[in-house]
Design a protein around this ligand. Structure first.
Ligand SMILES: Cc1cc2nc3c(=O)[nH]c(=O)nc-3n(C[C@H](O)[C@H](O)[C@H](O)COP(=O)(O)OP(=O)(O)OC[C@H]3O[C@@H](n4cnc5c(N)ncnc54)[C@H](O)[C@@H]3O)c2cc1C
Length: 461
C-alpha cells in the first residue's frame, strides 16, 4: 500500500487524571463509576455522542443472563424504578430455561448511565476518539485523543480499555488473538449484524400465535398481557422463513431470528454478515450496506408472514454495526471453554456470572444459545501480558473462542467493567501496579457493594 509521511507535531495536555476509561459502551461506564466512587479522578472517553455502546446504540437492550448484584443490578433497578425495564424472565430453550434480565429502554438507559457517571464525578468526553496510548517503556502513561478541537493528550496512572476491540491494549503491544486465533478457513469468529425496531406490532396477536405455532422453539411469553411490553422474547421462525424464501427467491441469510420487546417496541435481531474484517474500512462499510438490505427484507417478511406485524413499520435502525467478536487480548490467564462450561473456581474471582452460552456459528449454520451453571471470572483475564498500568474489560478480555461465547454477554462485560474500576482505584491509591494489587482488597470492596463472587454466594438466603 502507498504510504505518506505524517509530520510530527506538539499537542496540548488536556488533563492529568488518575484513571482513563476508553469507551463508554456497555462496560466503560461501570468501570468509570466504580473508580469515581472510590474518590479517584476519572475521565470516560467515548467516540459517539451517548453512552451504552452495544447496549443502547446497538439496540441490544437485553443482558442474556440475570444481573446478580453490585453496579449492574443497581443500574437495572434504577431503570425499573423509572419504567425503563421490566421483570426478569425465564427464556425456555431446547436445553432448558435461561434466567434473563429484562430488556431496558435504550434511550432512557443512555440518560441513566450519563446521570450516574456525572453524579459520581466522572468527567465524560463525548465525540472523542482515543487514537493511541502513550508509553514510557512498557508502561501506559496516557492516551492521545482526537475531537473537534484537534488532538490532545490525557495523562493517567491507569488506563482501562473498554473499547470492545482492545484498541489501546493492542496498540500498547499487548498480545492478542482474533476470534479463535486459527488461520484461514479454520478461523472461528462470530458474525456481525445490526438490530432494528418495529413499531405498531400487535403484541397480543403475536403472542397468541407464538403459543400455538411449532416454529418458535425458544420463547418467553408472559401469562399476563400487561407484561408484554418488556416480557416477550421469541427465537426461531426457521420454517416460516424457509417457506418465504422458497416462495419469493429472496436471500435471507439467517433463518433463526430473535424478536424481543422493550417499552412496547419490537427489537429484531435478524441480520447476519459472515467473514467481515471489521478493521478494514471498506469491508466494514460493505457490511453496513448489506445489513440495510437485509433489514428491508426481514421487515417485509415480518409484515407479510407473521401475525401481529400487519400494520407495523420500521421505527429505528441501530446507528452502529453490531460486532460480536474481534480481538481477545492475551491476559495473565485465559478463560477456557472448559472453565465456563464447568465453573472452575478461581482464587482471584471478580464475579460469578450466569450469562447464557451464546455462539452464532461463524459459518452461519445456527445459534447455540443455552443456559449453563454459574462460572467465575478471574481478575487475571483483565490484566494484559507485557504492558503495565493497563486493564481490559468487556468483550476483549482474555478468553478463548468458546469462553467468549459466555463472557461477551452484557452481564459479564458489566461485571468486568466494575471490577476493573475498583482494581485501578486500588492501584492508584496504594501506589502499586494493577498487576500486583492485593486481590483480596478488590474482592472485599466488590462484596461490600453486593457483588456475588462465587456460586455459593447465589444460594438463596
Ligand atoms: C448483534 C448483537 C446481538 C447481541 N445480543 C446480545 C444479547 O442479547 N445479550 C447480551 O448479553 N449480549 C449480546 N450481545 C453481546 C454484547 O452486546 C456485547 O458483547 C457487549 O455489549 C460488549 O460490551 P463492550 O462494552 O465490550 O462493548 P461496547 O458496548 O461496544 O462498547 C464499546 C464502546 O467503546 C467505544 N469505543 C471504541 N473504540 C473507541 C476509541 N478508540 N475511542 C473512544 N471510544 C471508543 C464505542 O463507541 C463503544 O461505545 C450482542 C452483540 C451483538 C453484536
Amino acid at each position: 500500500m502507498r504510504q505518506i509521511e505524517e509530520p510530527a507535531r506538539q499537542i496540548p495536555v488536556l488533563l492529568d487524571v488518575d484513571i482513563v476509561v476508553v469507551g463508554g459502551g456497555t462496560t466503560g461506564p461501570l468501570a468509570a463509576i466504580a473508580a469515581a466512587r472510590q474518590n479517584k479522578r476519572v475521565v470516560l472517553i467515548e467516540r459517539f455522542g451517548s453512552l451504552g455502546g452495544n447496549l443502547t446504540l446497538g439496540l441490544n437492550t437485553k443482558p442474556s443472563g440475570a444481573l446478580l448484584g453490585g453496579l449492574p443490578l443497581e443500574i437495572w433497578n434504577l431503570a425499573r424504578s423509572t419504567g425503563a425495564a421490566g421483570a426478569d424472565y425465564i427464556a425456555k430453550t431446547k436445553t432448558g430455561g435461561v434466567n434473563i434480565a429484562s430488556p431496558c429502554d435504550p434511550e432512557i438507559m443512555k440518560m441513566l448511565l450519563t446521570r450516574l457517571c456525572a453524579d459520581s464525578g466522572v468527567q465524560i468526553l463525548f465525540e472523542t476518539l482515543v487514537s493511541r496510548p502513550v508509553m514510557e517503556g512498557n508502561t501506559v502513561v496516557g492516551v492521545v485523543i482526537e475531537n473537534k478541537s484537534g488532538r490532545s493528550f490525557i495523562g493517567a496512572k491507569v488506563v482501562i480499555d473498554c473499547s470492545a476491540d482492545g484498541d489501546v491494549a493492542a496498540a500498547a503491544g499487548a498480545p492478542f488473538i482474533m476470534g479463535s486465533g486459527e488461520k484461514g478457513e479454520d478461523l472461528k469468529m462470530q458474525p456481525v449484524g445490526m438490530y432494528f425496531t418495529m413499531a405498531d406490532v400487535d403484541l397480543i396477536a403475536l403472542s397468541r400465535w407464538a403459543r400455538t405455532t411449532d416454529d418458535i422453539p425458544a420463547q418467553a411469553i408472559p401469562d399476563d398481557d400487561a407484561q408484554l411490553d418488556y416480557g416477550l422474547w421469541l427465537t426461531g421462525f426457521n420454517k416460516t422463513i424457509q417457506a418465504y424464501k422458497k416462495e419469493t427467491g429472496i436471500t435471507l441469510p439467517r433463518e433463526n431470528i430473535t424478536l424481543k420487546t422493550a417499552n412496547g417496541l419490537m427489537y429484531v435481531n435478524a441480520t447476519r454478515v459472515l467473514d467481515v474484517d471489521v478493521f478494514s474500512p471498506t469491508q466494514f462499510s460493505d457490511a453496513v450496506i448489506e445489513c440495510y438490505r437485509q433489514i428491508d427484507e426481514y421487515a417485509a417478511f415480518l409484515i407479510k408472514k407473521v401475525p401481529g406485524f400487519e400494520k407495523s413499520r420500521i421505527a429505528q435502525i441501530a446507528p452502529v454495526l453490531g460486532v460480536r467478536e474481534t480481538r481477545h487480548i492475551e491476559g495473565e490467564y485465559t478463560l477456557t471453554t472448559d472453565d465456563v462450561m464447568h465453573g472452575t473456581p478461581f482464587e482471584d474471582t471478580i464475579a460469578v456470572d450466569v450469562s447464557a452460552f451464546d455462539v452464532h456459528a461463524p459459518k452461519g449454520e445456527d445459534v447455540d444459545f443455552q443456559g449453563l451453571k454459574p462460572y467465575e471470572i478471574p481478575y487475571r483475564c483483565m490484566v494484559p501480558k507485557g504492558v503495565e498500568q493497563l486493564l481490559v474489560a468487556g468483550r476483549c478480555i482474555s478468553a478463548d473462542h468458546g469462553a467468549h461465547g459466555r463472557s461477551r454477554n452484557m452481564p459479564a462485560c458489566m461485571a468486568t467493567g466494575q471490577a476493573a474500576g475498583i482494581a485501578a482505584s486500588i492501584a492508584v491509591g496504594s501506589n502499586t501496579t494493577v498487576r500486583h494489587i492485593p486481590v483480596e482488597n478488590m474482592q472485599s470492596i466488590l462484596k461490600s457493594i453486593g457483588m456475588p463472587l462465587r456460586p455459593a454466594d447465589l444460594a438463596s438466603p
